[in-house]
Design a protein around this ligand. Structure first.
Ligand code: HEM
Length: 217
């Protein structure tokens, strides 16, 4: 058995890693803090069971799940600058783990908000931006489940990889859906600004991906 140790990081790689961790934590902390600011007064004096049980948790799941989803593009695409700090294997491992957590949170978001609508209105609501969310969720399930269970399902790599590309449609759909419905996005310029930055970076990643594909041909 090989006892080869992974090459240790240089001090500049360690510094770059620390900066990346700080950015990743801040990206998650901002929406969570804004959510706590909105939710705390309600939980201190709850007046609406459905809001506390479904809507507020559903919003938290969405804010964290969406941010984790953004990380997946950074981790999944081979960004040379990132691969100088973390190995490709490390990025892929994190992509798989955080991707699963983000997926579960987004599914829980859909379930929680649908439950809230049902309790409040006695039916599911189908306005444009909710429907965008539903389409995004359906595409997300199509893109993630085959990739998660490709071994058990015995799926050829080409099949699950192609389905996995649906993530590139889910993210912008989720963004427009959230911008038009989300309470935290509507009430906090920081969350709105941050999510807009995530969307712009996502667009740059798509361009980078198209460029690398064109160069490879
Ligand atoms: C069945 C599917 C879905 C439904 C019914 C749904 C519904 C909603 C509703 C009604 C809101 C506004 C909640 C509020 O502020 O009171 C919302 C917010 C949000 N949704 Fe969805 N959604 C679905 C799927 C998705 C998906 C797939 C994503 C991500 C890809 C997503 C991301 C978000 C985000 C980030 C927010 C903003 C939360 C906030 O600002 O508080 N949703 N959703």
């Amino acid at each position: 058995m090989s006892s080869q140790k992974p090459a240790s990081q240089t001090s500049s790689q360690r510094a770059a890693a620390a900066v990346i961790y700080i950015i990743a934590i801040v990206l998650l902390a901002v929406p969570v803090i804004e959510w706590v600011a909105n939710a705390a007064p309600f939980y201190a004096d709850p007046y609406d069971l459905a809001l506390g049980l479904f809507n507020l948790p559903g919003r938290l799941f969405a804010l964290v799940g969406f941010t984790l989803m953004f990380y997946q593009f950074i981790l999944g695409v081979r960004i040379p600058a990132l691969e100088r700090v973390f190995s490709r294997a490390t990025n892929l491992k994190r992509h798989q783990t955080l991707g699963k957590v983000g997926f579960i949170l987004i599914v829980l978001h859909g379930i929680a908000i649908l439950s809230y609508d049902w309790v409040l209105a006695g039916q599911f609501l189908f306005d444009l931006y909710r429907v965008l969310g539903m389409i995004a969720l359906a595409l997300l399930i199509i893109g993630v489940i085959p990739a998660w269970y490709f071994k058990k399902l015995k799926l050829p790599r080409k099949v699950w990889k192609t389905l996995h590309l649906s993530a590139y449609v889910v993210f912008p759909l989720g963004f427009f859906h959230a911008r038009n419905l989300g309470t935290e996005l509507a009430t906090s310029w920081m969350v709105e600004g941050l999510f807009t930055i995530l969307f712009v970076v996502f667009c740059l990643i798509v361009l980078f991906r198209l460029y690398t594909l064109a160069v490879r041909k």
